[in-house]
Design a protein around this ligand. Structure first.
Ligand code: SF4
Length: 376
């Protein structure tokens, strides 16, 4: 398949890996952050760390929207869904996210009306099918998914669909990168820029990272060759002591972004003054809320929200892993109390979560090797 097979060809991967080894200064240790959870997943899925020299360290960033959502927001949404005749609709990767009293799926087992949808448009269909119920869609994601939520709200308003609302948890990527850069315990040499988000926002919003912070950033695709090529591009900049924004994923990401998607977002959303992120705390202007013109479809306006603030279980080190300070396996609970089957933190649930990605590819690989090498 075009854009898949040709970006996984072993001889090209070997060539790119050789180029990385040639460019990497053996006297230097490089710390490159992949911002996007999709990249973290790809790194483990394709075993990319195995082809990199040991002095290139990939730091996992905060780009998994399910992972950065504090537990209190899950509790808030579930408190709405506890009310009579409310259907809680969300994407599948939200279903096993732990709330204080269990995940949405566990609430479903106790009788709550919880449905998996594949798009916000599916949630609208549910509302049309059940005029006697109220459908609340749990919206989550960066700028990647915010436009589809926006268009759904436009449609709900046009149809005067009064039994539908959105509990909005959309966040924005730039303030999170800023918070990472402001973190005193974080030293980074450059960024592998998020591919999905950039299809909407384009490359321009990253220019301050290059200009003010003097860090190169390369917006990257998700295939193995994409990511290795992005690392080559970063190393070339670092070798020349440059700091620029480059677009490796130009076959998908327009430099100026997607105007229609940005317009839909501007019609429906405005910035919240601040929003809490797991691990990063409160970050100003880092999330979207629904504009007053759409208040009727805003679950936070229609329902009482307890505004629950919950800290993660004490031993869970999700915050440190999210900030890239710890590797997944360095969390005390990893692989013991916290596994994909029994997740303690959201990073072990979402396919984009670094703990789940590490567990499903690296950890299982090592466990299998250990088992295979045991004497009969
Ligand atoms: S192993 Fe579990 S508790 Fe630890 S950081 Fe990962 S998700 Fe959080």
């Amino acid at each position: 398949m075009k854009y898949v097979d040709e970006l996984r060809r072993p001889e090209l991967i070997r060539k790119a890996a050789g180029e990385i080894r040639r460019l990497a200064d053996p006297q230097r240790h490089y710390r490159l952050m992949e911002v996007c959870g999709g990249h973290t997943h790809a790194i483990y899925r394709f075993g990319l760390k195995d082809v990199l020299p040991p002095n290139i360290e990939l730091i996992h960033g905060p780009g998994c929207p399910v992972c950065v959502l504090p537990m209190g927001r899950v509790d808030d949404a579930l408190s709405i869904a506890e009310q009579p005749d409310v259907i809680f609709a969300a994407f599948g990767d939200m279903m096993r996210i732990p709330g204080t009293h269990g995940s949405p799926l566990e609430h479903k087992a106790r009788g709550m009306d919880v449905r998996i949808v594949y798009s916000p448009a599916d949630a609208i269909k549910l509302a049309r099918l059940h005029p006697d119920k109220h459908v609340m869609f749990f919206a989550i994601g960066f700028e990647t998914t915010a436009p589809s939520t926006a268009l759904t709200l436009v449609r709900a308003k046009a149809e005067k669909l009064h039994n539908f609302s959105v509990f909005c948890n959309h966040v924005t990527i730039i303030p999170a990168i800023r918070a990472i850069l402001d973190s005193p315990d974080m030293r980074l040499d450059g960024f592998i820029g998020p591919g999905h988000v950039s299809t909407v926002i384009g490359c321009r919003p990253y220019e301050w990272i290059a200009k003010n912070e003097r860090k190169p950033i390369v917006v990257s695709g998700f295939e193995p060759l994409d990511m290795l090529q992005s690392i080559v591009m970063l190393l070339m900049q670092l070798q020349r002591n440059e700091a620029r924004v480059e677009n490796q994923y130009a076959r998908v990401v327009p430099w100026e972004g997607n105007r229609a998607a940005l317009q839909a977002m501007a019609e429906v959303f405005e910035l919240r003054p601040y929003f809490e992120w797991r691990g990063l705390g409160f970050i100003s202007q880092s999330a979207l809320r629904i504009k007053p013109a759409y208040a009727e479809w805003d679950a936070e306006q229609r329902f009482h929200i307890p505004g629950i603030r919950v800290t993660d279980p004490k031993a869970a080190q999700c915050g440190e892993v999210l900030k890239g300070v710890l590797k997944p396996a360095e969390c005390k609970l990893f692989g013991r109390e916290c596994t994909p089957e029994n997740p303690v933190g959201a990073l072990m649930v979402s396919s984009e979560g670094s703990c789940a990605a590490y567990y499903n590819y690296e950890h299982r690989k090592h466990s299998q090797l250990t088992t295979l090498s045991l004497p009969a």
